[in-house]
Write a protein that binds this ligand. Structure first.
Ligand code: NCD
Ligand code: ZN
Length: 348
């Protein structure tokens, strides 16, 4: 007997689509289950101007297959040179939905990011007036700080003081990985929310460190110990509206990951929804899946919830992990959740 579940079509509030042939190859794995996605600006070179964001948006929509209804929501990459007027114009003109803060050196293509938050305070004040959110990669890049502590220290050093100084600034704390992040978001006012990835709800640091080094589970922020995963899972399964889905699907070809110095990023677009349905099902709260995937995100961004529906199907046997996606640059391995997943998205 198969079971079906219908939910409002989801959105992805944190996605790396890349560009060129790789974007062409990965885009449909998101557009087949998502209506909108917040597209990350960490291209090479980064998307720092409204013109670059509009051109990138057009390349994405041009790559969509005929008849596919998918809206890329663009982000601007904040630098210490960002001009407040340009940023306000991009947001008010509807080109940029949000602005992304990368601490310089914290992750893939973040070299042009922000070294000193004080330098961008005037721009953040203008951003606060527009009502558009600041999306934060919440890790310090200080080499003296242990990589497992970088998120917690970022809260102390950067995020909490920023929230105190500009409590009216909307902030999405992206891809949170720690109990401290959950607690910070819960305690903060309603201008603060967080995205959570499927992989950080499923794996802990054993996934990439135990039984051999496993580059396909390496992403930033790195998955932490089990107690942190459980804190994220509790927050999400409780149906708290401050936590919503951002896959952080971050495709890198296998050749770039399986290296002495491999890239950070997990490609999960093909099986995100199946994995999430399984997690909520296992916890006996499938009724809360839709809030996380389809309601709390638009609510926080001040956008309408999608009106169409998507059907998930529960099979009698576990479904295989999707095959690697082939691109002209090489194969991209899909996230293996290392658990039985009986769910799949019913093709439209
Ligand atoms: C992302 C990427 O590859 O662009 N990598 C990752 O591990 N998540 C960058 C990011 O979101 O940190
Ligand atoms: Zn990301």
């Amino acid at each position: 007997m198969t079971t079906k579940l219908q939910i409002t079509t989801p959105d992805d509030w944190h996605l790396h689509l890349r560009d060129g042939p790789v974007m062409q190859s990965v885009l449909s794995y998101t557009s087949f289950w998502c209506k909108r996605a917040i597209v990350m600006p960490n291209l090479v070179p980064p998307v720092v101007t409204a013109a670059a964001a509009a051109a990138y948006r057009d390349r994405i929509t041009d790559a969509l297959e005929e008849g596919v209804d998918f809206t890329p929501l663009m982000t601007l990459y904040l630098t210490e040179q960002t001009n407040a007027d340009d940023l306000a114009a991009a947001v008010k003109g509807g080109i940029a939905t949000a602005v992304k803060l990368y601490p310089a050196g914290a992750t893939t293509n973040s070299a042009s990011g922000v070294k000193d938050i004080n330098k961008v305070m005037p721009v953040l004040e203008v951003l606060a007036e527009t009502g558009a959110p600041l999306l934060v990669h919440g890790e310090v890049s200080d080499p003296n700080i242990d990589i497992f502590d970088r998120e917690a220290i970022f809260i102390e050093r950067v995020l909490a003081p920023l929230h105190e100084r500009l409590p009216q600034l909307k902030v999405v704390f992206e891809h949170i990985t720690t109990r401290q992040a959950v607690e910070f978001v819960m305690a903060a006012n309603d201008q603060i929310a967080a995205t959570v990835t499927p992989h950080h709800l499923i794996i802990n640091r054993n996934a990439y460190l135990a039984g051999g080094i496993k580059p396909h589970y390496y992403c930033l922020p790195v998955a932490k110990r089990e107690t942190h995963r459980l804190a994220l899972l509790d927050a999400v399964l409780a149906g708290t509206d401050k936590f919503f889905l951002g896959t952080d699907s971050a495709p890198h070809v296998d050749m770039a990951k399986l290296q002495p110095c491999g890239c950070a990023g997990i490609f999960n677009a093909p099986n995100t929804l199946a994995c999430l349905a399984q997690l909520f099902d296992d916890a006996g709260c499938l009724d809360r899946l839709e809030g996380f995937t389809s309601v709390y995100g638009p609510q926080f961004y001040g956008l309408d919830v999608n009106t169409d529906k998507l059907t998930l199907v529960k099979h009698e046997t576990p479904q295989p992990v999707p095959q690697p996606v082939q691109t002209t640059e090489g194969a991209i391995t899909v996230f293996d959740p290392q658990m039985d997943v009986f769910w799949s998205v019913r093709p439209a």
